[in-house]
Design a protein around this ligand. Structure first.
Ligand SMILES: Nc1ncnc2c1ncn2[C@@H]1O[C@H](COP(=O)(O)OP(=O)(O)OP(=O)(O)O)[C@@H](O)[C@H]1O
Ligand SMILES: [Mg+2]
Length: 382
């Protein structure tokens, strides 16, 4: 078994180095001087074990996530489980147990995040403002009103809008604050930084500016979503639109669209929102193909938004056009309803609070009922 040691001068280091050098079952790849050294050494070493100290400077949830992305098992030596678990480290050993690690790790499930029962719905859709945020907020409000505890996460990497829609004057972005806190290992980061916006409904407000996205590190965001699952029965994520990988020379560095991709990967269901007009539908066709490459096998729910008589299309015609182009039928067609949205917006309220009987609110209620039924009333994957 290949071993990397990053002890940061901890008292256990000499003993563990001696074991790694003398035990024939272990191969010491590198004694790393710091986190940066560890990340470089772990690159291209899937299956290796990183033995780390809980006080190693710079060791945070994102570092653990990046090591695990490289296929490296992260094990903390002589650590307190409750301190390292929130960083994503599930395994703690005493110094004399290091030589027994090999067999144990093979029996262990692959590294992953703590799981809880809550489900995640990502609301996504192609470029052109088809109504992702409107649908995300409306869906969440209807879910909460129907008795489901709901969290809404504004995770659009181009900047959030949900706080403004609800008139929430949050001085700090909930997403930024929760990501920072979970990166530092705070297990209740989301609960502390989400604001209650209705009965059973909390909001993690989004990025204040489009250039703030690098502050939400991938590993931290995964933990934020994991915490949401523990906090709410259903989490609705406004996921933005762009799916480009954006791989740069620094492959471990942050990428703008990673937030969107992580939301989609984490989601139990992806609600795909398309505008009801010819441009929106043709974008949807491309979007569904692109989505299939990023999250193959994802469970999709197609929502055509903003249907109106002036387009001259019946719901049936929209459905048949879509089926011809994508092989998929829309699950929901939401009506154009400017009046209801303006009323809600000008009151900083949800549609449900200010326009409860409006056509759009009623249609969102049906969407919420079906999402709830698919994700909570029957086992996921059924
Ligand atoms: N069903 C609808 N009827 C009327 N107007 C709508 C409807 N859905 C959305 N809109 C309006 O369209 C505009 C864009 O909607 P929204 O902000 O939800 O889109 P988005 O996809 O999140 O866009 P962005 O790319 O800016 O994040 C808003 O002004 C919204 O009020
Ligand atoms: Mg939006």
């Amino acid at each position: 078994m290949d071993v990397l040691v990053a002890a940061g001068g901890a008292a256990w280091e000499p003993d563990v180095l001696r074991t790694a050098e003398t035990d024939p079952a272990l191969t010491l790849l590198r004694r790393c001087v710091d986190v940066a050294d560890l990340l470089v050494a772990a690159d291209g070493r899937p299956g290796a074990v990183a033995l780390v100290d809980q006080d190693l400077p710079g060791l945070d949830a994102d570092v653990v996530w990046r090591l695990q992305q490289d296929g490296v098992h992260v094990v903390a030596v002589e650590a307190e489980p409750e301190r390292v678990a929130p960083l994503g480290i599930a395994r703690v050993v005493a110094r004399h147990e290091v030589s027994r690690l090999g067999d144990d790790l093979l029996l262990e499930p692959p590294p992953g995040r703590p799981s809880a029962d809550g489900r995640v719905v990502a609301v996504w859709g192609p470029v052109g403002a088809p109504g992702r945020s409107t649908v995300a907020l409306g869906l969440a409000a209807e879910l909460a009103a129907a008795g489901t505890s709901t969290a809404v996460v504004d995770a659009d990497p181009f900047g959030g809008t949900l706080a403004q829609s609800l008139g929430v004057l949050d001085e700090v972005s909930g997403l930024l604050a929760a990501a920072r806190a979970s990166n530092a290992g705070e297990p209740d980061a989301v609960a502390r930084h989400a604001v209650t916006v209705a009965d059973r409904m909390v909001l993690l407000t989004g990025l204040p500016r489009a250039d703030m996205w690098p502050h939400v590190r991938a590993g931290a965001y995964e933990l934020v979503l994991a915490q949401c699952r523990a906090l709410a029965e259903l989490t609705v994520v406004d996921a933005g639109f762009c799916l480009e990988d954006g791989a740069s020379f620094d492959r471990g560095g942050p990428r703008r669209h990673q937030l969107t991709r992580l939301s989609l990967e984490a989601a139990d269901e992806v609600v795909v929102v398309a505008a009801a007009d010819p441009v929106g539908l043709s974008r949807l066709v491309r979007a569904v193909a692109e989505l299939g490459e990023v999250v193959p096998g994802a469970r999709l729910r197609l929502v055509v938004n903003g249907a109106r008589p002036s387009l001259g299309w019946s719901q049936d015609e929209v459905a048949r056009t879509l089926e011809r182009l994508t092989g998929l039928l829309p699950d929901h067609v939401l009506p154009y309803d400017r009046t209801a949205l303006d009323t809600a917006l000008m009151h900083g309220a949800t549609l449900r609070e200010r326009a409860s009987g409006s056509p759009l609110t009623v249609a969102l209620g049906t969407l919420a009922r079906d999402v709830r039924h698919a994700l909570l009333d029957q086992p996921v994957g059924a």
